[in-house]
Design a protein around this ligand. Structure first.
Ligand SMILES: [Zn+2]
Ligand SMILES: [Zn+2]
Ligand SMILES: [Zn+2]
Length: 160
């Protein structure tokens, strides 16, 4: 069977129908813009929301890590100031995976308090060790000592 072709309304390129996301009720059962254009639009939308949320929790209305000052948007994450990010995600999503849905959750819940902006490194270090080597005195650290030593022991038992 010969493959159907249609023209993407976004980029104007003629492409095989398999390069379009499925959608019932439309011509050939697919969307009017090709998968590449659709994905691009989704990621642009997600980036916009991510920046909006990060800016809301940033200090001085500046996109940067509160600990080390990194300004690369790609490195920044929302940190649960008092910890318990995994438990929180399990509570609202049923599993501990992160991703864009958490940013959507923040928007849908009217930007709850208790979050701040860190980069992946500072976030990881604070979560895993209860401190960050940057030693930023302005960073509030809430950490359960007991939890800390258990995690650390597990880590060392596993790798050393
Ligand atoms: Zn296209
Ligand atoms: Zn940082
Ligand atoms: Zn740091």
């Amino acid at each position: 069977m010969k493959e159907l072709y249609k023209t993407c309304t976004k980029c104007g390129k003629r492409k095989p129908n398999s390069k379009f996301h499925k959608q019932k009720g439309l011509k050939y059962g697919t969307r009017t813009s090709c998968a590449k254009c659709s994905n691009k639009r989704v990621s642009e939308y997600q980036k916009k929301i991510r920046i909006k949320v990060l800016l809301h929790y940033s200090k001085n209305n500046k996109l940067e890590c509160e600990c080390c000052g990194t300004t690369h948007y790609e490195f920044l994450v929302i940190d649960h100031i008092k910890g318990g990010g995994c438990e929180h995600r399990r509570e609202i999503f049923g599993d501990t995976k992160g991703g864009f849905r958490f940013y959507r959750w923040i928007v849908n819940n009217n930007y709850p308090v208790g979050f701040r902006v860190l980069c992946h490194n500072c976030n990881m270090s604070l979560g895993l060790y209860g401190y960050c080597p940057h030693n930023n005195k302005n960073i509030e650290i809430y950490f359960n000592e007991k939890k800390h030593s258990i995690k650390k022991n597990n880590f060392f038992n596993k790798y050393f």
